[in-house]
Ligand binder design. Structure first.
Ligand SMILES: Nc1ncnc2c1ncn2[C@@H]1O[C@H](COP(=O)(O)OP(=O)(O)OP(=O)(O)O)[C@@H](O)[C@H]1O
Ligand SMILES: [Mg+2]
Length: 457
């Protein structure tokens, strides 16, 4: 059911509008002032808002920008007296749907609500079409055609449209910063600032002064007033990187800011309202940090409204050839080279490696190879030596094995991959199950106790 809020400090007007809309079949809540409405809106966004521009606690324009920030689908109808039509027109330029002049007729109120709902439906259809589109490249330079990355891209494009906190939990070099940037750039606030802050290695005082800002004379050395990063990101996104490194004492303060959506400069007396989206990133397991007593559980649940876990590079091998090509193009520009690609042998080595440093490590490897190569294609000789060792291990042991040893190892590998499911292993090896059992006996391979097939035997 469409949810409508009516905000008006004039009791008669508020009650009348509420009654008319309820009668028309909408679910309606009424508010005398802006703050209680915004608190409710943050928890559970309204679809349509009838907003009186003159309220006791906040300006109507400020409320309008809050609404648009919290939920850009929400349609706002400004309700105003004849004297302030200019302000109402101004509000429509700032994103309000339309305006009504007081006293409002019941017919106009209902018509306006209907139109607003039509607009929302249209918006939602467009957004859902957009999120169904495949994302071969979510943004130029953000590569990922593997299933795992396609799923991540789909989450990113949905999350970009709503203003919720996002937690990025993933290993180093997997693309957390790139993901945060994509969420910002694909959302309605893409032209507002994107501010980065690394929480690691700072004292509480320094983090406070950086994030919250300070007033002149707040502490020794504060000889001028400084606007904090949270305030300076107004309307945009703040990426709090390495959130797991934030000192406990600072975590309480951050929690308070996230709850109140207000910040107080160090030494200040007046809180400033914040209109920002927070994205936090970490390569730690925050649930483990909570168990260790080094991360606050309440802060964790504030931050992880949506959690995105980027997979390690070896979990998305399909992306490696595309990433290699992407980094070669990048490096060609940077080094003024004309490298065309990699030889099949070099690609084999690059596919075998396990990349503890994930995508960043692959990028470094390509940069290293590109700096050294003299040819048009990167060869195994251009790659770092630890990749050669891999090839050596791989080829020297397997190529020189006798046939039956090779068969034994291959059967063991397939069994382990199929979790000792004899039927599945037989299908992969393309041999009947009875033959497989005979080979197991011959090579003395024992099948795990919990295999259903083993039990049958
Ligand atoms: N899917 C991708 N497509 C293209 N480039 C990528 C991709 N993922 C990561 N990169 C590149 O790899 C490098 C590391 O990415 P990023 O800084 O986003 O990782 P991170 O997870 O924040 O790492 P860390 O935890 O070390 O800070 C960057 O140069 C980035 O451009
Ligand atoms: Mg990073």
């Amino acid at each position: 059911m469409t949810r409508i809020a009516v905000i008006d400090d004039e009791e008669t007007a508020r009650k009348m509008t509420g009654r008319i809309l309820k009668k028309a079949g909408y679910s309606v809540e009424t508010f005398e002032s802006g703050l209680p409405f915004l608190r409710k809106m943050e928890q559970d966004p309204f679809d349509v808002v009838f907003l009186d521009l003159k309220l006791p606690d906040m300006g109507g324009m400020e409320i309008l920008s809050h609404i648009k920030f919290i939920h850009h689908w929400t349609q706002v109808i400004i309700v105003t007296g004849y004297g302030s039509i200019d302000n109402a027109v101004e509000a429509t330029k700032e994103g309000a749907f339309h305006y009504l002049t007081k006293p409002c007729r019941s017919h106009d109120i209902c018509l306006m609500a209907e139109r607003a709902v039509e607009k929302i439906v249209l918006h939602q259809e467009n957004d859902s079409l957009r999120s169904q589109v495949k994302h071969p490249d979510l943004l130029p330079g953000f590569i990922g055609s593997s299933k795992a990355m396609q799923a991540i891209f789909s989450t990113i494009s949905k999350v970009a449209q709503v203003n919720c906190n996002v937690l990025l939990e993933a290993e180093t070099g997997t693309g957390k910063q790139l993901t945060a940037r994509a969420i910002h750039d694909l959302g309605p606030r893409k032209d507002a600032p994107f501010v980065y802050f690394n929480c690691g290695g700072f004292t509480e005082e320094l983090i406070c002064s950086e994030l919250f800002g300070h007033e002149k004379g707040a502490f020794t050395g504060a000889d001028s007033c400084k606007i904090g990063l949270l305030e300076s990101a107004s309307g945009g996104t703040v990426l709090l990187d390495e959130i797991g490194e934030m000192p406990m004492s600072m975590q309480v303060k951050l929690l308070h800011v996230l709850q109140e959506r207000q910040v107080m400069r160090v030494g200040g007396t007046r809180p400033v309202n914040l209109h920002i989206r927070i994205i936090a990133a970490t390569n730690k397991d925050l649930k483990q940090e909570i168990r260790n007593g080094t991360f606050r559980e309440d802060l964790y649940y504030r931050l992880n409204v949506v959690t995105i876990r980027l997979p390690r590079l070896i979990k998305r091998l399909d992306d490696i050839p595309l990433l290699i090509q992407h980094f070669i193009t990048k490096v060609n520009k940077a080094y003024s080279k004309k490298i065309q690609g990699v030889t099949p042998q070099a690609l084999e080595l690059l596919m075998l490696y396990d990349y503890p440093g994930n995508v960043r490590e692959l990028e470094n490897i390509i940069q290293h190879a590109a700096a050294l190569t003299e040819g048009k294609k990167l060869t195994p000789e251009d790659l770092p030596s630890h990749l050669h060792k891999l090839h050596f291990q791989n080829s020297s042991t397997e190529e020189l094995l006798p046939m039956d040893e090779l068969e034994k190892r291959h059967i063991s590998k397939v069994l382990s991959k199929t979790k000792y499911n004899i039927r599945a292993a037989g299908e992969i090896l393309r041999i009947p199950r009875t033959t497989l059992w005979r080979r197991l006996k011959k090579y003395g391979i024992s099948v795990k106790e919990n295999s259903s097939e083993a039990e049958k035997k």
